[in-house]
Ligand binder design. Structure first.
Ligand SMILES: *Cc1c(COP(=O)(O)O)cnc(C)c1O
Length: 474
């Protein structure tokens, strides 16, 4: 597809402008620009078609199934967009003052309560802007707790099945990361953990369900080992889509956690944001939560900053408010039964696909999965790789699964169908994967040179990473 500059034809314009009738009016400040501005001459249809066609070159949840593991790319009901754009929410100035913002404050207050109810945590802060930001804020809370209690703990434990943001958040807070191995069945290796836990350990961060899409069968035991040494147990709850209404982190022994509103609670996030990563904590950590907090006094809601032990502000104002509006709308519409059905369907869809694909692709851990599962490219014929499969599936009209993550599976192909895909769509995706598997045998070049139908073919990823061209020079 050509650039809009190539469509320029001298003399064309989008719409006619009346002749100006002000004497001595200089319409183009060429004196400052050093010449006429370098604009293109296109008509209105050219502009609309150019940008509409450009927008169709992307995959999106609204156009295709998007089984990108670990990202929960579910369909986001349009009603929530509509509600988030109501002028009372969208146009509310962040400095309006509590008296003029009672509805918005109530929404935040109630959303935090709903999240606490869903997860079994004592209190939530909506301030962090993403999952990784929630992790960072939580590790800051852990650090602050030990500072206040005069303890110098240096280490945070992270299993090899964790999301990659976990070690990054820990390192940013100045802790040392130690990796806990997994058993061949995909659980945390308890024996190894017991040897690693001592008085230097501040916490362990467990992604639950983990990046293999598996629910650790020893969570209560892990919690006991950590608590026995005075350490905290953190849940990376970005995969909450598998667990809502079924189990609660508070009852499993977790002390603090984050959730991703932009994954589980219906904010579109393919474009990278904005999102929200609220954090929840048990009662003894509540005083460290970020400020401001929304409190209810009598029948009036108020933003409160009077918490001397708080880690302080982690975001301007109170976080990404309109993401919270979408989450609130989503929760209110689904209700408790709807949330449980959401998670049950997400898990059912993943297991349905897994059952269809596991005969054709290598499955490192053969267990009932939660909302996603991980295959690998091991044993694919003719040197076909996970990357080749990911490129070829684009030709079949699907977004690719996540590949080469998690790192503990070599050549990983990580599939998360979500609950919003119908059985027909799941079948079509499975058929496409099975067709690619057959092509790998009979016509491997078809797979290795894919995509054939996408607007951009194979890019040179290595050169792009080593020598990125970030500026357009002509
Ligand atoms: C997506 C994800 C994160 C990071 O969330 P961001 O909002 O992208 O920062 C952390 N952990 C898990 C398990 C995730 O899936």
């Amino acid at each position: 597809m050509s650039a809009i500059f190539d469509k320029s034809t001298p003399g064309k314009s989008a719409f006619p402008v009346p002749q100006y009738d002000i004497p001595d009016f200089d319409p183009v400040p060429e004196r400052f620009l050093g010449g006429p501005p370098d604009l293109i001459d296109v008509d209105e249809a050219d502009v609309v078609r150019h940008y509409t066609n450009l927008s169709h070159m992307n995959f999106s949840v609204d156009t295709q199934m998007y089984p990108l593991g670990s990202c929960t790319m579910k369909y986001n009901p349009k009603m929530n967009e509509r509600l988030a754009s109501l002028p009372g929410f969208a146009d509310l100035h962040p400095l309006s003052g509590d008296a003029c913002s009672q509805g918005a404050l109530r929404l935040m207050h109630d959303l935090a309560r709903y999240l606490a109810e869903i997860t079994g945590m004592y209190e939530f802060s909506l301030a962090p802007a993403a999952g990784a930001h929630g992790e960072l804020s939580s590790v800051m809370i852990i650090k602050k707790y030990f500072q206040e209690h005069g303890e110098r703990r240096t280490t945070v434990l992270i299993p090899d099945s964790a999301h990659g943001t976990n070690p990054a958040s820990v390192a940013m807070c100045g802790f040392e990361v130690k990796e806990v191995p997994s058993t061949p069945e995909g659980d945390v290796d308890i024996a190894a953990l017991e040897l690693m836990v001592d008085e230097n350990v501040a916490a362990m961060m467990l992604t639950s369900p983990n990046t293999l899409g598996l629910f650790d069968r020893n969570i209560r035991r892990i919690a006991d080992v950590l608590h026995g040494a005075g350490a905290f147990f953190y849940c990376d709850g970005a995969n909450l889509n598998a667990l809502m209404g079924i189990t609660r982190m508070g009852e499993m022994g977790f002390d603090l956690m984050h959730v991703n509103l932009h994954k589980t609670f219906s904010t579109p996030h393919g474009g990278g944001g904005p999102g929200a990563g609220p954090i929840g904590v048990v009662e003894k950590l509540a005083k460290y939560l970020p400020v401001p907090r929304v409190i209810l006094e009598g029948d009036t809601y108020r933003l409160d900053t009077g918490y001397p032990s708080s880690i302080g502000r982690v975001h301007s104002f109170y976080g990404n408010f309109l993401v919270c509006v979408r989450a609130y709308a989503y929760l209110r519409r689904l209700g408790a039964e709807g949330l449980r059905a959401t998670s049950e369907t997400a898990v059912l869809n993943a297991n349905y696909l897994l059952a269809k694909l596991k005969g054709a692709f290598h499955l490192p851990v053969d267990r009932l999965c939660k909302h996603e599962f991980v295959l690998s490219d091991r044993g694919l014929p003719n040197g076909v790789t996970a990357n080749d499969v990911a490129k070829r599936i684009l030709d079949y009209g699907f977004h690719a699964p996540t590949v080469y993550f998690p790192l503990l599976v070599e050549g990983a192909i990580m599939v998360e169908p979500t609950e919003t895909e119908s059985r027909e769509t799941l079948d079509a995706f499975a058929d496409a994967m099975l067709a690619i598997r057959a092509e790998a045998d009979k016509d491997p070049d078809l797979v290795k040179k894919a995509p054939h139908c996408a607007p951009v073919k194979r890019v040179d990823a290595v050169t792009a990473a080593r020598r990125p061209v970030l500026k357009w020079d002509d």
